[in-house]
Design a binder for this molecule. Sequence first.
Ligand SMILES: Cc1cc2nc3c(=O)[nH]c(=O)nc-3n(C[C@H](O)[C@H](O)[C@H](O)COP(=O)(O)O)c2cc1C
Length: 250
Amino acid sequence: MKNKVTAVYFSPTGGTKLAVQRFAENFTDTVLVDNTLPEQRAKQLVFAADELVIVANPVYAGQMPKVSGLWHNLQGNDTACILLACYGNRHYDDTLAQMQALLESRGFKIIGAAAVVIPHIFSGVLGSGRPNATDVEIMADFAAEMTEKLQQGRIKKLQLPGNPAPEIKAPVTVPKTLQPEQCNMCGTCAALCPVQAIDAVTLACDEAVCISCMRCVKYCRTGARDFDSAKLTARLETNFAEPRPIECFS
Ligand SMILES: Cc1cc2nc3c(=O)[nH]c(=O)nc-3n(C[C@H](O)[C@H](O)[C@H](O)COP(=O)(O)O)c2cc1C
């Protein structure tokens, strides 16, 4: 395929990143762009009509993460685009439809989309080990189909499931904890927070800004930050443990 390929992702704890890497391996010389931090999201990326852009984000409460201006630094010029909604085996609900509406309004034509299962941050069972070998095969077939579609130029408006403009849901409430005696004030949590919810000096978290992505917990070097998702985890594992397949739309 001649098209230059760029894969842009938002991935606070790395599950979406791994999935998009596996998918992008099917294209030659793909450039990966990590759009997780505000510094990168401040940089405008403009794409030409002969490029291909892959856009990937996780699913939060069945929707796109509520990050102000997420994907507003991407500008297409009738540029082909593939969407990946990466989720922890419960469901992706409105996410793909929301992504489609947003990216179309920013000059992209959506040629395909996939809902890809990844590990659920609040369960060691849901999405464990995903993408697995079967997922990788499905993604390879889907990538080949996308390449063929681009070469043949047969692109019509894609119908994706979900509501493109859903009522914004309240974020999940998972209590976070901070053990001050374990914290060495290194500031990693503040530096890596995708929404700058953590004060760089005091390391206090502004809960009104926090999106509960749990990146601060994952990257805390001393284990001072943690969360208690026991209730949510039990509900998820009782109701949504049956592994779901990757779904591809073209
Ligand atoms: C706040 C929040 C809400 C989530 N909501 C859903 C959901 O509605 N459905 C689902 O299957 N997974 C859900 N997940 C799981 C994520 O999609 C996934 O485990 C992980 O957080 C992906 O993000 P990453 O790329 O940062 O690793 C949620 C995760 C978080 C942090």
